[in-house]
Design a protein around this ligand. Structure first.
Ligand code: HEC
Length: 179
């Protein structure tokens, strides 16, 4: 009996730590903050019909066939800092001009890096999110929401890949953004 309880406790402990390890992002706070960013982005004209965009350009894996990227600043509560939005476009007939004419038709995802002071110095305080076009947060194949420190300390994910960007600020288009 005692042994069984101990075993059960050990299994529970293992399960809890395995769960915690599997998801260092996508928790309740991350989702709440992602929702707050979206509301403020929308109020500032960065989502939906007629959203501010750059000239579409040909993209590369994993960000989609055609991309547009803008960098700006956004205020979320007391935090007023850099926001980089990369929109991913795809689907039948996608091309730079098709996207320029009707961005909403081809929009597949909106990936965001937002600098939230004090969030996590190890990753330059970048908060990461991948939204569906309607502002809901997309999930990875394991069902974990892509918001927060996505891929930190892992083999895959936003942070894992962006840590390879030159300049040490996790930004690939270092010359153009995040100045
Ligand atoms: C396998 C590598 C890889 C992964 C994973 C990845 N990215 Fe990127 N990301 C890139 C590359 C490469 C660029 C530059 C592409 C370009 O020139 O437009 C980029 C660009 C960006 C940019 C524009 C700023 C910059 O760095 O130039 C944002 C914003 C962004 N990614 C967000 C995300 C988010 C959010 C995730 C996770 C949901 C993610 N990325 C996952 C490789 C990756």
């Amino acid at each position: 009996m005692k042994l069984k309880q101990t075993a059960a406790a050990a299994i529970t402990a293992m399960w809890v730590s395995a769960t915690a390890f599997a998801a260092p992002f996508g928790n309740k706070d991350d989702l709440a903050y992602a929702a707050e960013i979206w509301v403020n982005m929308s109020a500032a004209g960065f989502t939906g019909k007629g959203a501010t965009m750059s000239t579409p350009y040909t993209g590369m894996h994993p960000h989609g066939a055609i991309l547009d990227t803008i960098d700006t600043r956004l205020k979320v509560g007391d935090n007023d800092d850099i926001l980089i939005i990369k929109r991913n476009y795809g689907g039948d007939g996608v091309s730079k001009s098709a996207v320029a004419n009707d961005p909403e038709k081809y929009l597949k995802a909106v990936t965001v890096m937002y600098r939230k002071k004090g969030f996590d110095a190890d990753i330059q305080d970048w908060f990461w999110v991948k939204y569906a076009p309607d502002g809901s947060v997309l999930k990875n194949p394991k069902g974990v929401s892509l918001a927060g420190k996505v891929g930190k300390g892992m083999a895959k994910g936003c942070v894992a890949c962006h840590q390879g960007a030159p300049g040490g600020d996790l930004v690939f288009n270092h010359d153009r953004y995040a100045k």
